[in-house]
Design a protein around this ligand. Structure first.
Ligand SMILES: CC(C)(COP(=O)(O)OP(=O)(O)OC[C@H]1O[C@@H](n2cnc3c(N)ncnc32)[C@H](O)[C@@H]1OP(=O)(O)O)[C@@H](O)C(=O)NCCC(=O)NCCS
Length: 174
């Protein structure tokens, strides 16, 4: 298999449609409404905090999100989303989503996208990164473990359609 060349960058507004197409084509990806991605893209452009308008309640000024994309020959082949939780003492970031197109996998793109989110989290002052993943998502669990994440808890039957346990994983940032 040839290894696709790729580069990473912060997402921009024109990435919305290809991000949605890839997300919709990927069963194991978290599925969010287009407005959620649009809000993140808007905040990426402005360098402002991001949380969907429908969820804003006053403390969101401390919430920040990042969205990175991987490209190959001007085609979007992956993306990842990170979130910085507001907290008084320890700053916790969350790796919310990482998706790579089916024909571009096992070429290091998922790892590179996750590392971009980890670097962004560190740059925002986060001291740890947490995530939640379907226990049956063996590729994702292996990817996270390869980055140093360890499982901290298991939530039985947390997901539906299809039913699945959730694994909570955590990485202490250096
Ligand atoms: C999970 C996913 C993002 C991995 O992307 P990827 O680009 O193929 O991952 P990488 O090539 O960077 O793999 C990095 C490491 O993760 C592990 N890994 C990735 N896919 C794996 C698989 N199918 N089986 C076993 N280990 C795997 C390996 O340790 C791999 O390192 P190696 O190739 O040197 O052995 C991709 O499979 C995907 O999009 N899956 C569907 C969506 C999803 O489940 N997302 C996670 C929940 S948001």
């Amino acid at each position: 298999m040839s290894v696709p060349q790729f580069h990473l960058r912060r997402a921009i507004a024109s990435d919305l449609d290809p991000i949605l197409a890839l997300e919709r084509a990927t069963d194991l990806a978290p599925h969010w409404p287009p407005s959620t991605y649009a809000d993140i893209l808007e905040s990426n452009a402005l360098g402002a905090p991001s949380i969907p308008r429908s969820l804003r309640n006053g403390w969101e000024t401390e919430i920040q999100r990042c969205l990175f994309v991987a490209e190959n020959d001007n085609s979007l082949i992956g993306f990842a989303v990170g979130l910085l939780h507001p907290a008084a003492s320890s700053r916790t970031a969350e790796l919310e989503s990482v998706v790579v197109s089916a024909n571009s996998r096992r070429a290091g793109i998922g790892r590179a996208l996750c590392r971009a989110v980890l670097d962004w989290s560190r740059s925002q002052g986060a001291t740890e990164v947490v995530l939640e993943v379907r226990a049956s998502s063996s590729a994702a669990v292996a990817l996270y473990a390869s980055l140093g994440f360890t499982t901290t808890a298991r939530r039985p039957r947390y997901y539906q359609d299809p039913a699945d346990d959730a694994l909570l994983m955590r990485l202490q940032l250096e």
